[in-house]
Design a protein around this ligand. Structure first.
Ligand SMILES: *Cc1c(COP(=O)(O)O)cnc(C)c1O
Length: 337
């Protein structure tokens, strides 16, 4: 059975063109810095986002962890949304592996963190406290695009209070495409940016961290320490280069299909449409109906990740076409608890 898999945009499989690019990649040993395809990817993303340098890493989790470890020392802290991926979904790596204390700040419903709350959470330089060093934002956050004005204000606050600013930009290109801006217009406010290639961009593996020369030097060291130094990684980087060429503008198709999915179920009473942002659609299903809902959607061949209450998230991606959206709408509409 070919599932219509809306659990996440991580489920995409490499296209034939991407596999072709991977098969023909020139490679070398990237731990020695000798893989030409990895070097080309790093160079290209650094230029594209307006940074001095970039580093290819196996995952977004490792890219964020290593960014945090490069910005912060043992006993420093980073301020982060309480619903941010880095804080909630990365196993507490900053604390566990980096000896970096997280200071969670409540995420507003639009994904921003109140600047006032950030300001109040910054600790005085005093031996009683961890040293507040870094602010970490996420864009898109649960599909939501952070307003450019907010990013500008957050940058100004960081400058005023001596914080660095990191972006978990796993879906940075979704934000850029939605705002019809070059991604560097978003990236310009940050000291470092991580980008995932294994989400909507459709590569099988890989993230890139961008930053200054000095930051990436440190990150390179921490990547090795964390076991992320890969050898003939050009095969993977080739997939990411292919994604930069072919899979960025098309993110607009995912956003349009997500909007169509949302419109197709907006009038339902049993499943309440909560919202649609970029490539994500959120619905609420009464908790008593959840087991029946899961069985119904499974039978219809539509896969959802239902565990993450309060809302169920549906994610549109490269492997979901118009007929997949039609089938998902039909399945959702025919649910009768
Ligand atoms: C997926 C994701 C990550 C981490 O990605 P992995 O490659 O799965 O480790 C980081 N941040 C956000 C917002 C994500 O969605």
């Amino acid at each position: 059975m070919d599932w219509i898999d809306l659990r996440s945009d991580t489920v995409t499989r490499p296209t034939p063109g991407m596999r072709e690019a991977m098969a023909h990649a020139e490679v070398g040993d990237d731990v020695y810095g000798e893989d030409p395809t990895v070097n080309a990817l790093q160079q290209r993303l650094a230029v594209k986002l307006g940074f001095e340098r970039a580093l290819f890493l196996p995952s977004g989790t490792q890219a964020n962890l290593i960014a945090l470890m490069a910005h912060c020392q043992r006993g420093d802290e980073y301020l982060v949304g309480d619903q941010a991926h880095t804080y909630r979904f990365e196993g507490g790596g900053a604390a566990v592996l980096g000896s970096i204390q997280p200071q969670p700040i409540t995420n507003e419903s639009d994904g921003t963190l109140s600047l006032h709350a950030i300001e109040r959470a910054i600790k005085p330089l005093d031996p009683h406290f961890a040293r507040s060093r870094l602010l970490c934002l996420e864009d898109t956050w649960h599909g939501r695009v952070l307003p450019l004005d907010y990013l500008r204000d957050a940058r100004a606050l960081c400058d005023r209070r001596g914080l660095r600013l990191h972006l978990d930009g796993a879906r940075l290109f979704n934000a850029a495409v939605e705002q019809r801006l070059p991604a560097r217009d978003i990236a310009q406010f940050f000291d470092s940016v991580s980008v995932c290639f294994s989400k909507g961009l459709g590569a099988p593996v890989g993230s890139v961290l961008c930053g200054s020369h000095a930051l990436i030097e440190d990150a390179r060291r921490w990547r090795k320490v964390c076991g992320g130094g890969m050898r003939q990684a050009g095969i993977l980087a080739a997939a990411c280069l292919h994604a930069l060429d072919h899979h960025i503008e098309r993110l607009a198709d995912d956003h349009a299909r997500a909007a169509r999915l949302a419109a197709g179920i907006a009038d339902l009473a049993t499943l309440k449409l909560v919202g649609q942002h970029t490539n994500m659609v959120f619905i609420d299903v009464p908790i008593t109906h959840l087991p029946a809902f899961r069985t119904h959607m499974d039978a219809a061949g539509v896969r959802l990740s239902i565990g993450y209450l309060p809302s169920i998230r549906m994610v549109v991606h490269l492997d979901i076409d118009d007929s997949g959206i039609d089938a998902a709408i039909a399945a959702l509409r025919s649910f009768a608890p």
